[in-house]
Design a protein around this ligand. Structure first.
Ligand SMILES: Nc1ncnc2c1ncn2[C@@H]1O[C@H](COP(=O)(O)OP(=O)(O)O)[C@@H](O)[C@H]1O
Ligand SMILES: [Mg+2]
Length: 383
């Protein structure tokens, strides 16, 4: 029989905090619980570092789950020091009771975690293969060209391509307090699921595991001070995307599409998804807008149709951020791990990516002046 979250929570009510004399669930110490078949992972939040206690609680949790839920369950129990979560209850000499934690505290917590990041931009597409990662990586490097501090997070767990596009395949290091240190290349900081998880393994992950992993990426990484954090989202507008965009306080979204009708239909869904959850859409990018042959750089062949994304942007009242030509050099630079925007400025594509970056900066400035920061909605993921 499949294990469910409720069973795990119930088992954890048998684990008492030795000093508080209450159980971990009542003390609201269990976070990010994910169950996948017989694999169970969660984090025990603690108000302060206490290695001995962490060890003891982990052991007790294991015992309780093996006894009350499934003796063959495979466990990955993490601990985290979460000062802000418990701070409000210090004077009262107790941890908060379950369910009493206010939404506000949770938001403050997240603000604190990403407090050094000024703008979070999601690069999304309805369809896969339209050049989302190519746009994300060139946008990140294009923003960095202006002297800004930029981070890039590849959340596409099923098809991470940023390691190839930045020619980096080593595992990231970890700080003494167990935070991941982003990799650095071409002046940007970046991380990819592909550097941490074996893609074959990741293929079997379901939505909640992906969301939980991405959440950890946001929270347990030393991003430091950033002007822009660019997120390469997984393609599509399903549950994973919807949960992701609501878990992170996004400043705005950039939607990538090719000019083809099949891609445009999905791009429209993408725009609708962001609007539904009140994330401003900064605009649309038309990738592979026209083909430029290497030997005839002045030619333009509209092989996927002309101005499809530009017209759609007009029609649905969204900004048009620019068109990127289909050029062999874009593909080659992606495969070689050096984004075209950092290469030959004589190419149409490099110029197009610079223009795109400038338009995104401009739209962000307008958005930040006109609207309040996006509020994060913390959805509890159901089993
Ligand atoms: N404008 C372009 N010109 C040439 N090749 C491109 C262009 N955009 C993307 N590609 C290539 O198409 C493939 C898919 O692009 P990618 O960015 O990985 O798409 P996605 O992230 O949407 O799946 C890659 O091999 C990439 O190099
Ligand atoms: Mg991709």
């Amino acid at each position: 029989m499949a294990i469910n979250k409720q069973q795990v929570r119930t088992a954890l009510t048998h684990v008492l905090h030795p000093e508080m004399n209450k159980d971990l669930v009542t003390l609201d110490m269990v976070e990010d619980l994910v169950v996948q078949d017989s694999f169970i992972t969660f984090t025990i939040d603690l108000p302060e570092k206490n290695t001995e206690l962490e060890h003891r609680l982990k052991e007790k949790c294991k015992e309780a789950i093996h006894k009350y839920v499934d003796q063959d369950a495979v466990l990955d129990i993490n601990t985290a020091v979460n000062i802000s979560k418990f701070r409000n209850n210090e004077d009262k000499g107790e941890f908060p009771g379950q369910g009493h934690r206010q939404q506000k505290n949770k938001q403050e917590e997240d603000e604190e975690i990403l407090s050094g990041v000024k703008n979070i931009i999601a690069v999304a597409s309805g369809k896969g293969g339209v050049g989302k990662s190519t746009v994300a990586v060139n946008l990140a490097c294009g923003l960095a060209r202006t002297g800004a501090k930029v981070g890039l997070l590849d959340t596409d767990i099923y098809g991470p391509s940023i390691p190839t596009m930045l020619d980096t395949h080593e595992r990231p290091n970890i700080t003494t307090d167990k935070k991941l240190i982003p990799m650095q290349k071409y002046g940007i900081r970046f991380l990819s699921m592909g550097l941490l998880v074996d893609p074959d393994q990741a293929m079997i992950w379901r939505g909640p595991m992906v969301t939980s992993a991405v959440k950890q990426f946001m929270q347990e990484v030393e991003w430091g001070e950033l002007d822009y954090l660019v997120l390469d989202l997984p393609p599509g507008t399903g549950d994973i995307q919807l949960t992701l965009v609501q878990t992170v306080p996004l400043t705005g979204a950039v939607i990538v599409s090719t000019p083809q009708d099949v891609a445009l239909d999905d791009a429209r869904k993408g725009v609708a998804m962001f609007k539904k959850v009140n994330v401003p859409v900064l605009g649309m990018v038309e990738n592979m807008a026209y083909f430029i042959p290497d030997d005839m750089p002045d030619k333009k062949y509209y092989i996927f149709g002309k101005h499809g994304a530009r017209n759609l942007a007009d029609k649905i009242g969204t900004n048009f951020l620019g068109e990127i030509p289909l050029e062999q050099k874009v593909r080659e630079s992606g495969d070689e791990g050096k984004p075209i925007v950092l290469g030959d400025m004589d190419t149409k594509s490099a110029q197009a990516f610079v223009e795109l970056s400038n338009n995104v900066i401009q739209q962000l400035a307008i958005r930040n002046q006109q609207e309040a920061p996006t509020e994060k909605i913390d959805i509890k993921i159901k089993p």
